[in-house]
Each structure stands twice: as C-alpha cells, then as structure tokens.
Design a protein. Sequence first.
Length: 338
Amino acid sequence: MAKPNATLADVAELAQVSKMSVSRALNGQSGVSEKTRQRILEAVKQLGYVPKLRIQRGNPQLIALLIPDITTTYMGEILRGVSDAAERLNYGLMLYTQGSVDHRQRTSYYLWLLNNGMVNGVLMVVPRDYEVIVGDLKKHHLPYVIIDHHNGTGKEPSVTATNRKGVLDAMRHLLALGHRRIGFITGRMDIACSHDRLQGYRDGLAEVGLPFDPELVREGDFLQPLGFEHTRSLLQLEDPPTAVITSNDVMAFGAMDAAKALGLTVGKDISIVGFDDIYMASQTYPPLTTVRQPMAAMGETAVDMLVALLQKRTVLALWRELPTELIVRESTGQAPHK
C-alpha cells in the first residue's frame, strides 16, 4: 500500500487523526495516546511516508542519536557533548527517544526510520533492544557507535568510562573509613556498565578478603524510587550495612531519603556513594560523594569516532574507556561503632 511521495495529510487520513496528532506522534511528543500512536506508526509504514527535512545548505550529513529518554541530567550531559562535537564537525543531529512504554513494539519503527537513508550514522546511549538494533544496522551497513555500553570484545565501536575502576575507588574510600559491611545497588543489568560497576564492588571486597554477600546487593534501574526502596530494605536487615553504593546519583538521592526516613544521619550513621556526579550531587544535603563520569566527553568522543568511520579513516581503538574520578563530599564518613 506504499504511496509515492506520501504526505503528512495522507498519514492523518489513513490513521483517521489530525495532522497535528501525526506530527506529535512522530516527534515523540505528549498529547497522543499509545493506541493512537501505534495506529499512526502503522499508517506511516503502510504508506512508506518519509518526513521532509529542512537541511541547511552546506550541511547535508546527518547523525542520529538514539536514547532511552531525555529526562535525566546524565542524558542531557551526553547530548551536550554530542551536539557540540556534531556542530564542530559540521554534521546535523537528529534525536530519537525510545520511551518507556511498549518500547519493543516501537523498535521496528526506529529501525525503519534509521535505515531509510535519512541519516549517515547512528549513536546509541545504553539502548534497549540492543541486539536487534545493532544487528539491523549491520545488515544495512550503517555505521554506529554505542555510548556507555559494550559487548566486552573490544571489537565493536563503543565509548564508555572506567566503570569498574570507578566503583573500586569508591570501595577503597569506604574501606579506608572502616566500613566492612557495604551494600550495593546495581543499575539495569541488561547493559554492560552495570555489570562493570558490580564487578568493581566485588573487586573491592576481594582486595581486603571480605566475602561477597548476595544479601547486600539489590538490582536497581537507575531511578530514584528503587534507590529508596532498596536502601530501606538493606537498612532493615538484621545486620544492616554501614555504607551503600548506588550505580548512579539518582538512586543515591533515593538512598539518602530512605536513610533520613529511618531517622539516620547521612555521613554519620550511614555513608552513601553515587555514580555520575550530575549537578544535583553537589547540591543535596549533605553533598553526595560520587564517582565523576565524563559524560559530555563521552558524547564528543563518540561523535569523533563515528565521523572517522563515516570518512573511512582508520580507528585505532574501537573501544574507548574514559577515566572516572572519585569526588569525596560529606555523605561519607567514618564507619559507626557497633
């Protein structure tokens, strides 16, 4: 049913919605129900509709950036780095968000959008449906670089940070303060950085001969509610930890709230460490000890790598790890005496 030169009005007519609804659905904006959005996307595919782009003269090349969402400071910092580098190299940038609702149903649409010749290359930040998307990009010979995720082989274009060492540095800091029972909240375990950070936690225990206790580990999702829930659970154990490391700052904020809700003083009764060093980490009370991740630099490096691949220049290292740094603030202190 594909229609040559299909228009926005054609999509609206087939989907029985307004042109404004079609525009909102294609741009990931609110105001369209998920049922209507799916009907619009189906109409787009049936008609073979391709949105018309207004590309500035002299800048005909486009890079797509695919991210889960844009609601976090972490994602915003990476976007800033990507945007700065793309502008410096005279590439346009198209942003796609996967969203959190029925994301698997929308994967085919993103693949169609990325593979229809509109973009020259793709950047992905901790993508959902990673194997499906990468497999399709390879099938269509579309260059890509992954940010903050890797397959561990070092043979796939990716830019990440020293996640394992970052958490190991945090463990060494807590161990030096006398903490021996330390809780850990992971990130989403479908991405490599979460496994790397968990391994850093295990490395820290091994360095001082402490056993790994599964009771002290909880699987998180990088969001504040689980940071709160898991920390409260850890602190209500018969033998609770005296310190907790979370796999990002947002979960650390939830951890701090949980400790305060239980009447504990953060930095005295319980030490809490985050990861990322987003702006709010220095503005909490007390200020959060965290592992600084070079998020903007990761975005810039990924663009540089992708452009090199597009220009068929030799890339000496397809897997780049940028250094992290432990930032010590007032949310950590000496282990309390029991």
